[in-house]
Design a protein around this ligand. Structure first.
Ligand SMILES: [Zn+2]
Ligand SMILES: [Zn+2]
Length: 384
């Protein structure tokens, strides 16, 4: 799945263009209304847009990717049209706040830190809304909102607060090239990761029910086939069957076994949980924050960190584990490179004596990586 191509597809479609995927899904063909062609700065009304990675776009394929002119133009356009919006929160009136105390929110199990002062600033937060449907023998539909700061931290409780208040805030004009701090593509991967974890929690009851139904059906089928086999065994015993008659029963019994196997496989398919996440809206909220600089010391090494204090939630945003990408308030530092590790990765550090990040483990930056890490089998299908 290529999120930027998907993004382009939806943007063009929402603005009355005609779009068609290439079979390879590495590109799409678009027929653009004149205004859309102008806004996106495209040379012709009929264009091929590609992900720029493979030759799927063919000759004349215009790449959409980070740093491309097309994306620079597409983002502000998406903000003004369709199901995306950008807002700016007003600065809170109580301007002079008390000193921030990071130690009230963060812990440093193996390091010491010293505050280096803080300053007021702005930070962009992205709120993605996902339509989620879970299908097994039953169907469940939910909407999940996920908020990710543009430095890549998931701020879970923030999405609802922003959505609650954003309608009262001023619209924000996003200039081309302004969205730079971290690529939208990798932020989307973070959002998917947090959304999937959130969905996993909220579907716990649903999954329990599905598992219970599955178990009940397995029992029923196994009991049925057991009874059949027992009946035959009894008949063989009772009538002291031999020769051809015994042969026929034996054949029948192995046939039953195969039948049972295929019935159970059918059940497994019936109760397999299929999740569909469809991003349906995107909101960019520019929020006032205080950037709180600290100097972290671990043995002889030291490292500067910039913590984010969010003036909307009046609390610190979590920091992202540099090995697995989890949000964390407990920051363990590795010895060699002073990587920031969450408690789970710190456990790996203390048990194996090597830092997972130093060994090359890094947060997934693409949706495929997110799914792989969560053990979810990705399906290429998508609805348009
Ligand atoms: Zn971690
Ligand atoms: Zn390390």
């Amino acid at each position: 799945m290529d999120n930027l191509l998907e993004f382009a597809y939806r943007l063009i479609e929402e603005n009355d263009g005609a779009v068609e995927w290439h079979d390879s899904r590495n590109g799409l063909e678009a027929l653009l209304p004149e205004e859309v062609q102008m806004r996106l700065g495209l040379p012709e009304p009929l264009v091929v847009i590609s992900n720029g990675i493979s030759s799927g776009g063919g000759p004349g394929g215009i790449p959409i990717g980070f740093g491309t002119e097309l994306l620079d133009r597409a983002i502000p356009m998406a903000m003004e049209t369709g199901r995306s919006a950008a807002v700016r929160m007003p600065v809170p009136s109580a301007r002079r706040q008390a000193d921030l105390d990071p130690s009230a929110s963060f812990s440093f199990p193996n390091a010491a830190f010293r505050p280096r002062g803080d300053h007021e600033s702005w930070l962009d937060y992205w709120v993605w809304s996902f339509d989620v449907s879970a299908d097994a023998d039953e169907r469940r539909e939910e909407v999940h909102h996920v908020s990710v700061s543009s430095v890549g931290a998931g701020c879970l409780s923030l999405a609802e607060i922003i959505l609650d208040q954003a309608s009262g805030w001023d619209a924000l004009k996003v200039r081309p090239g302004e969205i730079t701090e971290k690529s939208l593509d990798s932020l989307f991967a973070v959002a998917c990761d947090r959304a999937l974890r959130q969905v996993d929690e909220s579907l716990a009851g649903f999954k329990e029910t599905v598992t219970r139904h599955h178990g009940r059906d397995i029992d029923r089928i196994q009991r049925y086939f057991q009874d059949m086999r027992a009946e035959m065994e009894q008949e063989i015993e009772r009538r002291q069957l031999t020769g051809e008659e015994l042969e026929i029963r034996r054949e029948k019994m192995s046939q039953l076994e195969r039948e049972e196997g295929s019935k159970l496989a059918g059940l497994k398919e019936k109760y397999r949980l299929r999740l569909t996440l469809r991003p349906v809206a995107l909101l960019l909220a520019r929020l006032p924050v205080r950037r709180c600089d600290i100097l972290v010391k671990r043995r002889k090494g030291e490292r500067q960190l910039s913590l984010v204090y969010n003036l909307l939630t009046k609390g610190f945003d979590p920091v992202v584990c540099e090995a697995c990408g989890a949000d964390t308030f407990s920051l363990t530092l590795c010895d060699d490179a002073l990587h920031i590790l969450c408690p789970a990765c710190a456990l790996a550090l203390s048990s194996k004596k090597v830092c997972p990040r130093c060994q090359g483990k890094a947060p997934p930056s693409r949706v495929e990586g997110v799914l792989k890490r969560l053990g979810i089998e990705a399906s290429k299908q998508r609805e348009n």
